[in-house]
Ligand binder design. Structure first.
Ligand SMILES: [Ca+2]
Length: 332
């Protein structure tokens, strides 16, 4: 009977590769994989896959994503590819890789790739967090590589604004790893679980993470500092000239009113800083704060009939130093 190459063993998905002879089938090697194409795809969000796999000469297990439809921006690599985990042969590292027509060369190699160590004898947790700003790869919750969207880079550099589906497979014997050493067979990948999450509407409003992410900076004068917090131990500081932080929101509901606000203070009386929202399908709104101790400002905004995104910001128009903390977003 035909060997089973993709199965469940009670606690894992098991994907195998071997050289068993299959009657009537002249192919030397068979291997298993699964994909969610046509059943599940996502734009932005988080993917977690807990898996382990064997090593061997010619082996190529992978956890990756492709766009749906596959030709969203033309053929490969222009359409984009997100490789959450790839491993080849007996290497002590695995790889996180991005493909698109900006980073992928004619031989299929990518300049947007990072080798990272992993526990070769046990399960590892492979995580990808995909926002409109960047794609981040983690092994066992430690950030290994960030592929950032470049302003003005277009879809050649960022074809990652369309749905992508998941692929889990045990491959080998062709391309990157090269020929299989039969004595190393069978190869297998065991997948304990796959979990996917939507991005929160808004996050890191209190800066207690110690990083600006997922806010992005503009003007270069912004940093998270461990002084002057309103609550907790950290806040955002903007210094120098015109400076801003922005957070791009996705997953908003059209024709819906939201409330965005926060707390801020300025170093010197006469300065001001503004809290605002733009690009939501209506007229941009903002409110200013000019107090030397923390005070609150907020705005409401209503998304347009077809708008599910918006940009919230904390903007300092002039020189001087300001602080912000405890930003919030609520649906009204
Ligand atoms: Ca804080």
């Amino acid at each position: 009977s035909l060997p089973i190459y993709a199965s469940q063993d009670g606690s894992n998905l098991v994907l195998r590769m071997d050289n068993a002879v299959v009657a009537g089938d002249p192919v030397a090697y068979h291997a298993g994989g699964v994909k969610s194409m046509g059943k599940f795809s996502m734009t932005y969000g988080k993917v977690e896959v807990r898996a382990k796999f064997t090593q061997g000469r010619g082996s190529w297990p992978a956890i990756w994503m492709m766009p749906e439809p596959a030709t969203a921006y033309g053929g490969w690599p222009a359409c984009g590819e997100i490789d959450i985990m790839e491993h080849v042969n007996n290497e002590s590292v695995m790889y996180h890789t991005i493909h698109n027509s900006s980073v992928t060369n004619a031989n299929g190699g990518s300049t947007a790739s990072k080798a990272a160590t992993y526990n070769t004898t046990d399960y590892n947790l492979y995580t990808m967090i995909w926002s409109p700003n960047d794609i981040r790869f983690y092994v066992n919750n430690v950030l290994q590589y960030t592929y950032a969207r470049v302003s003005g880079g277009g879809t050649q550099q960022w074809p990652f604004d369309v749905p992508f589906y998941l692929i889990l497979n045990q491959a080998g014997g062709a391309g990157w790893p090269g020929a299989i050493t039969n004595a190393d067979l069978p190869f297998s990948m065991q997948v304990d679980y796959v979990r996917v999450y939507k991005l929160p509407l808004f996050s890191n409003g209190d800066f207690e993470s110690g990083t600006i992410y997922p806010w992005t900076t503009w003007g270069g004068g912004s940093s998270v500092v461990s002084t002057d917090a309103r609550t907790g131990s950290r806040c955002i500081r903007e210094t120098g000239g015109e400076t801003s932080i922005e957070q791009y929101l996705t997953g908003l509901t059209p024709n819906t009113t939201y409330w965005f606000g926060g707390y801020a203070k300025v170093s010197t009386a006469g300065q001001s800083v503004s809290i605002g929202v733009k690009n939501f399908g209506g007229t941009a709104v903002n409110a200013t704060i000019g107090t030397t101790s923390y005070s609150n400002a907020s705005v409401t905004f209503t998304t347009g009939a077809n708008n599910t995104t918006a940009t919230v910001y904390f903007y300092k128009p002039l020189s001087g130093t300001v602080y912000g903390d405890d930003f919030y977003l609520e649906k009204l």
